[in-house]
Design a protein around this ligand. Structure first.
Ligand SMILES: NC(=O)c1ccc[n+]([C@@H]2O[C@H](COP(=O)([O-])OP(=O)(O)OC[C@H]3O[C@@H](n4cnc5c(N)ncnc54)[C@H](OP(=O)(O)O)[C@@H]3O)[C@@H](O)[C@H]2O)c1
Length: 283
């Protein structure tokens, strides 16, 4: 039986791991939300690993407020870089394998074909830069690491694009949504499943991997699909990012190439709309 520590357990991905845990009877879980383990506190992290037996650590904790990070740089660094260093050191010290989740925002979006793991990184904002720096900390400190970059996470838990669209549909009948940012929506439960499959396989194929659902969409396509599946008659207007300025710049194209993760772990990845139907039916 492998013991898996889930940090940031009350976040969206952490809750998705908990929701599918029964499919993995070979694993036992220790869920640590920020209240139980603040990963930015080095002493707390060291003590936690000394007092608990852990085989794998899945870091679901992050500073994920992309726009706020532009003006809250120190806090973003604290969680996305320094705290990852704390976990990397503690996992190395205790011979724990670490899975760390990162983002498509490490890329600048100037490609026109799906990004492979070794594509040049060039984050456009503080969030992407801190996530990239966190990846580097982990990769330098603990060789037993899996860095999984993902994109556009949504689920029935916490705040995310799908839930925001459905909430807005309760008191509006028309919405403007950007159509010039292209990527792939990813159901966080599918990602959770991929992470637990890696652990179940007891893999030592360490390195960087890309995981999203299959297919390609703009935020406009994503919104349209949410309302179609939910049988909601919302009028959705496509707009350019320039008409919807945000503090953080986002990549225009961030589709991830998933060949490596599929081959290495023999994974089948669902098409994004199929997963969206499941997520909406689970609401
Ligand atoms: N959401 C997306 O669209 C997306 C896209 C690409 C990649 N990712 C990556 O995917 C991963 C999971 O994202 P998510 O959507 O599940 O994020 P989330 O819902 O924002 O969850 C992040 C969790 O981390 C916790 N946390 C923050 N600082 C902490 C600390 N110092 N110690 C312990 N816990 C702390 C947060 O707790 P509080 O609630 O108390 O702050 C929150 O529960 C992250 O690494 C993110 O960068 C997300």
């Amino acid at each position: 039986m492998k013991r898996v520590l889930v940090t940031g357990a009350s976040g969206q991905l952490g809750q998705c791991i908990d929701a599918i845990k029964d499919n993995y009877q070979n694993l036992t879980f220790i869920y640590a939300s920020r209240e139980r383990l603040d990963i930015s506190n080095k002493n707390e992290v060291d003590l936690f690993f000394k007092s608990n037996t852990v085989d794998w650590c899945v870091n679901c904790a992050a500073y994920t407020a992309v726009d706020r990070a532009e003006s809250d740089i120190e806090n973003a660094k604290q969680v996305n870089i320094n705290a990852v260093r704390n976990l990397a050191e503690a996992t190395l010290e205790n011979n724990v394998r670490m899975i760390h989740v990162s983002t498509d925002f490490v890329f600048d979006g100037k490609h026109n074909k799906a990004y492979k793991e070794d594509a040049e990184t060039n984050p456009l904002g503080v969030y992407g830069q801190t996530k990239l720096d966190g990846e580097k900390e982990l990769a330098t400190i603990n060789p037993k690491h899996f860095i999984i970059r993902t994109s556009w996470l949504y689920s029935e838990f916490n705040s995310n694009f799908m839930r925001t669209m459905l909430r807005l549909s309760q008191d509006r009948d028309e919405l403007n949504v950007v159509c010039d940012q292209i990527g792939t929506p990813t159901y966080a439960k599918d990602l959770a499943d991929a992470l637990l499959q890696i652990i179940s396989q007891d893999s030592s194929a360490y390195g960087i991997y890309h995981y999203s659902n299959e297919g390609v969409a703009s935020w406009y396509d994503f919104a349209k699909a949410i309302f179609e599946i939910n049988a909601n008659h919302m009028k959705v207007n496509p707009i350019d990012s320039s008409s919807f300025p945000t503090p953080a710049q986002r990549p225009h194209f961030s589709v991830l190439d998933k060949t490596k993760i599929k081959k290495t772990f023999n994974l089948e990845i669902p098409y994004w709309k199929d997963s969206l139907k499941i997520a909406i039916s689970n609401l």
